[in-house]
Design a protein around this ligand. Sequence first.
Ligand SMILES: [Zn+2]
Length: 112
Amino acid sequence: MTHDQLDSTALARFIAPPKMRSSVYKCPNHLGCTIGYHGDDVEVPDGMPAVCSECGSPLKPAKRPSGKLGAYLVNLFSVACIAAGLWLAWPGMVKLWKRYVSPGAIPVLPGK
Ligand SMILES: [Zn+2]
């Protein structure tokens, strides 16, 4: 059963790639269309006609306001995490290195 599920998800991923190229549009019909009235984003896969699914009027391309900024912040956060991890781990690493390098740190067996 689990093996079949694994196979089907792998197959679904093969058929439908997770990142399909698409563009975001907005419907300019603010009066006769609820999508245009609410200002909702309409995602249209590349190669498809950019036409509103509700009123049928041609869509206007919209900008994604938060996408790049969000990715930038995530990058910044991960870099900060790595830097903080190095900063915290550094004294321990230096201690380990000194123990490894200096011969005095190696315990000498007495009486032989
Ligand atoms: Zn519309």
